[in-house]
Design a protein around this ligand. Sequence first.
Ligand code: NAP
Length: 296
Amino acid sequence: MKVGVIGLGRMGAAMAANLLRAGHEVTVYNRSPEKAQDLVDQGARLAARVEEACAGAAVITMLADDPAVEGVVCGEHGVVAGLGAGAIHISMSTISVALSERLQGAHEAAGQRFVAAPVFGRPEAAAAAKLFVVAAGAAAALDECAPLFDAMGQRTFRIADRPPAANLVKLSGNFLIASVIESLGEAMALVGKAGIDRHQYLDILTSTLFAAPVYRTYGGLIAEEKFEPAGFAAPLGQKDIRLTLAAAESLRVPMPLASLLRDRFLTLLAQGGEALDWSAIGQLAARDSGQGDRRG
Ligand code: NAP
């Protein structure tokens, strides 16, 4: 399939590489063009402008946040301006429900189709084509996108014909992950201060009632205090809690735990955590308890 990929960050570059590997004809665009070189070496065509990445049957955006997506899609010479009639914009970033609704409207008005397909899985999963794709949009559009999703992920969940539903499910999932990171951080601070080995403690958890990837992945990062390089940067985690709370407010759903997580992220960012992985909020409880950096 002839497809464009806009946004070659930690996730987008790996996803574009898997599309190429699966035999798709891929055109890539990134604001900082040097990040495209590896993909060009692998056979991608480089677009100098957003519009040039929109000439195919579909274009994927994997950009950081709402302002980036809205600017690239709705701006002058953006995706809406560049995409042909009936072509599909697949938004795979974690964006707000409200923006997803606006994008759906903009594409409909332009005679184009819009699919929201945010993903679960960190950059390692993206590189291994093991993402989980949560897709929503018109059934025919989702059918056409299926070969692309198969090239990037291990499973696609088709959840609704309204794209914003996928964005809400993705945000709720990241709220749950952040909750686990925070609670693991508190539990590890507790046992760690008592002198219990945190790696052994994590082994007990993940061998018994908590044998889930989220506990393994994030428990390991917290136990190792391995927050650099960031796989999922703290400002993006903060963004997801903010967007979860915005959706909760508009649906009138109190989420006290999400409010607490918002403050945890603000603490992390205020204390110089911009470049760290979002799992670094899992270190705050240890710090609050007077335990410093234990990485020797
Ligand atoms: P990233 O490494 O920070 O990459 C962000 C991308 O967005 C880069 O291509 C960047 O371009 C571009 N960008 C940022 N602001 C822009 C702007 N104003 N105009 C144009 N381009 C802009 O982020 P990522 O980790 O790949 O995440 C991308 C999306 O996937 C986010 O929505 C994130 O929440 C979601 N996500 C991430 C993970 C993860 O584990 N990392 C997992 C699931 C979902 P430059 O290269 O020029 O800066």
